[in-house]
Design a protein around this ligand. Structure first.
Ligand SMILES: Cc1cc2nc3c(=O)[nH]c(=O)nc-3n(C[C@H](O)[C@H](O)[C@H](O)COP(=O)(O)OP(=O)(O)OC[C@H]3O[C@@H](n4cnc5c(N)ncnc54)[C@H](O)[C@@H]3O)c2cc1C
Length: 442
């Protein structure tokens, strides 16, 4: 005779929030929930609708602050104890846990933070050094090496520069086939290095080259890529938290790639601070002999022709002083006021998108999400309201001076100094004062 008593079903429990632990990370728990049982409060904390919760634990696993836990009723705890006793006291290993262990082992094969050093004819894009700066912080948190990846022909001298900017190791592919950037050759070279040395994070500049290469590599190695990140950090499970504007810049989204390696991000120039250069710093160069047969590459670079327009055009990204104008300038000729002030400061004139869209300033002067990211010593915003899409492009300036006649304009929230008033009076007054001070000092 068999025992007809049915085995009780293993209770799944429900998720619940622990008091005071939530860090309002950006609703990661909510987006992970497969049954939409999590609502967010105005302060960004989750409210779990327990009647709908299926106890899948996805929100608990994704929470970077360990602010959620599983909750079981007394009756459920009793059933769990009975099941454990029936299993001889052994811990019941869930299928899910086994999957998790396999994944953890796979992810653990990847170690190290890599920065792709973008060079054209031996000249390095400065964003690469900025990325070594942010990469150093990530590597220190993870307790791993910060490595640079250099591809080119006769580019070994760039390894020294990479060490000076914080790398401790450089993977070098130096061969004629890498002389000029070509997607096929660089993808093959980088994928070879990735498959051989297995980095857990790869950072690239969000430049024309970086965007092209990063997308192609991510597709080849079947991993995720987050473009145009404005913030990078590590959570308590070694995952890279990649923050970037989303939905037209109205929210900041933190994106994770927690099941695949490497984790790949691109970052625009000037978003991250430049690290201090340590002359004479040394490290290890790994010279990998891997090359790609020239005949397998369809693209041939015949000549590099520098864009003469871009040489003569004003580069607002490198300026130390920027005087920017928005819709409050009212007309294109009024930008002459800003030019006068910029000339006194030795700076350049920038613009909001409204001013560019109105045809008052050329597109290469636009600051913001769809324009340039700038990080000058002083940014003077004149007649600019401070929409989030503008702020993301200038809020990391060392000092922001805002001039606006509307005291509630959002630009004042990021301003070091705010002047409420009519820019047509204030800007000429500042210019005159600077001239006066300069004359006194000569
Ligand atoms: C997907 C997307 C991407 C975008 N990308 C960008 C971007 O890269 N860069 C960008 O700038 N915007 C961008 N925008 C547009 C952005 O949302 C705003 O519309 C824009 O920044 C507003 O420009 P503004 O501040 O010049 O104009 P407004 O918002 O119209 O502000 C004009 C300001 O001038 C002040 N003012 C008027 N007269 C005077 C005076 N005499 N003296 C002093 N103050 C005065 C007013 O009080 C007001 O605050 C983007 C929008 C979207 C949807």
């Amino acid at each position: 005779m068999t025992d007809s008593k049915p085995k009780p079903k293993k209770p799944r429990g429900v998720a619940r929030l622990l008091d005071g632990k939530c860090i309002a990370c950006g609703a990661r728990c909510q987006s992970s929930c497969p049954v939409n049982c999590i609502e967010m409060t105005e302060t960004g904390e989750p409210i779990v609708e327990t009647a709908k919760c299926i106890g899948c634990q996805k929100c608990i696993k994704i929470c970077p602050a360990v602010a959620l836990e599983m909750y079981f009723t007394e009756a459920e705890l009793k059933i769990l104890a009975e099941l454990a006793a029936a299993a001889g006291g052994a811990v019941v290993v869930e299928e899910q846990d086994e999957e998790g262990a396999v994944l953890a082992r796979k992810l653990a094969e990847y170690r190290g933070v890599w920065v792709f050093v973008e060079q054209t004819e031996g000249e390095v894009a400065k964003v690469s050094w900025e990325l070594l700066g942010v990469g150093a912080g990530l590597a220190a948190t993870l307790g791993v090496e910060l490595c640079a990846v250099v591809l080119g022909e006769n580019v070994e001298h760039l390894c020294g520069e990479a060490f000076a900017h914080g790398a401790t190791k450089v993977y070098l592919l130096d061969a004629p086939v890498y002389k000029h950037y070509r997607t096929e050759a660089y993808v093959e070279g980088c994928c070879h290095l990735i498959e051989k040395y297995k980095p857990e994070i790869i950072l690239m500049g969000a430049t024309g080259m970086g965007r092209d290469l990063a997308g192609a590599i991510a597709t080849r190695v079947a991993t995720g890529l987050t473009a145009d990140c404005t913030g990078l950090a590590i959570d308590d499970k070694r995952n890279l938290m990649q923050t970037r504007p989303a939905f037209g810049g109205n929210i900041m989204a933190t994106i994770m790639c927690d099941k695949y390696r490497p984790q790949m991000s691109t970052v625009r120039p000037n978003v991250m601070p430049m690290p201090e250069r340590v002359a004479g710093a040394e490290g290890i160069i790994v010279r990998d002999p891997f090359t790609v047969p020239e005949e397998s590459i369809f693209t041939k670079v015949i000549e590099i022709i520098r864009d003469s327009h871009s040489k003569s055009a004003v580069d607002i990204t490198g300026a130390e002083f920027i005087v920017s104008g928005g819709r409050g300038m009212m007309a294109p000729e009024n930008f002459a006021l800003l030019q006068e002030l910029a000339d006194e400061l030795g700076g350049v004139v920038g613009a909001s998108r409204s001013a560019v869209d109105a045809g008052w300033m050329p597109g290469d002067r636009q600051v913001g999400q769809t324009g340039k990211t700038v990080r000058p010593k002083i940014y003077i915003a004149c007649g600019i309201s401070g929409a989030i899409q503008h702020l993301v492009g200038m809020q990391d300036s060392d000092m922001v001076i805002a001039i606006n006649r509307d005291s509630s304009a959002p630009i004042f929230e990021v301003a070091t100094y705010g002047i409420v008033g009519d820019l047509f009076q204030i800007v000429p007054a500042i210019t005159a004062k600077i001239r006066e001070l300069k004359q006194k000092n000569t």
